[in-house]
Design a protein around this ligand. Structure first.
Ligand code: DX5
Ligand code: ZN
Length: 217
């Protein structure tokens, strides 16, 4: 199994001290920085967009793992690439033509990932596995940090991991939502490659929390 990757979600960062928190992630052992873009349509709240990504890009020393929780992502892909995304994840439920979105992301030179909400069967991503670099399994209903993990979503990771192995595909599995010290090991056993965590890692000292989180894997 690939090395486990940690992608702290800055939705849980201190927005009044974002530069300080990004600098802490730069110093930490995390692998990516997870950037939750929320449009107020696909999910209830609006978080931030291209201007904030441009600002973060100036100081970030880790790849920006941008999670688009936006309706109809296709026309926006290029602007997020230009803003500084290093990898882009869009929601299957938000795309009229998912294959067109994947190909657009690839044509812009970035890895492409497809996210599915808890209620979307994992089988729905299988037709796209040959085109994807990663699948994001939402382990909470998207739109808010600090929610408890939905246990029934863990089996989706197990099933997808088995399918990827069975087909011999080089596709990462990322999960996002309610991921904490006490469930990290269980998720790793289920086959998880990339761990998105917000409130757990940003409560207290992010560097220390990330070091501790890695020990749990
Ligand atoms: C929720 C976001 C998650 C969230 C994770 O819609 O996609 O990335 O910020 O935060 P925690 O780890 O607090 O659930
Ligand atoms: Zn996210």
């Amino acid at each position: 199994m690939e090395k486990a990757l940690i992608s702290p979600s800055i939705l849980a960062a201190d927005f009044l001290n974002l530069g300080r928190d990004i600098a802490a992630l730069n110093r930490s052992d995390c692998d990516w920085i997870h950037v939750d873009v929320m449009d107020g349509h696909f999910v209830p709240e609006v978080s931030f967009g291209q201007p904030v990504i441009r600002a973060i890009k100036k100081i970030a020393e880790k790849p920006l793992d941008v999670h688009l929780m936006i309706e109809n992502p296709l026309p926006a892909i290029e602007s997020f690439v230009k803003a500084g995304a290093d990898r882009l994840t869009f929601h299957l439920e938000a795309a009229e033509d998912p294959l067109a979105v994947i190909r657009k992301i690839h044509n812009c030179g970035l890895p492409a990932a497809m996210a599915i909400k808890p209620g979307t069967p994992v089988e729905e991503v299988e037709p796209f596995l040959s085109e994807l670099d990663m699948v994001l399994i939402m382990t909470v209903e998207p739109g808010f940090g600090g929610q408890p993990i939905l246990p029934e979503t863990i089996d989706k990771i197990r099933r997808l991991s088995a399918k990827i192995r069975e087909e011999g595909r080089n596709v990462l599995i990322e999960a996002d939502g309610g991921i904490k010290f006490d469930n990290a090991g269980l998720l790793r056993e289920a086959g998880l490659d990339v761990f998105v965590s917000g409130s757990c890692l940003f409560r207290g000292n992010p560097e220390e929390n990330i070091t501790e989180f890695i020990k749990r894997l």
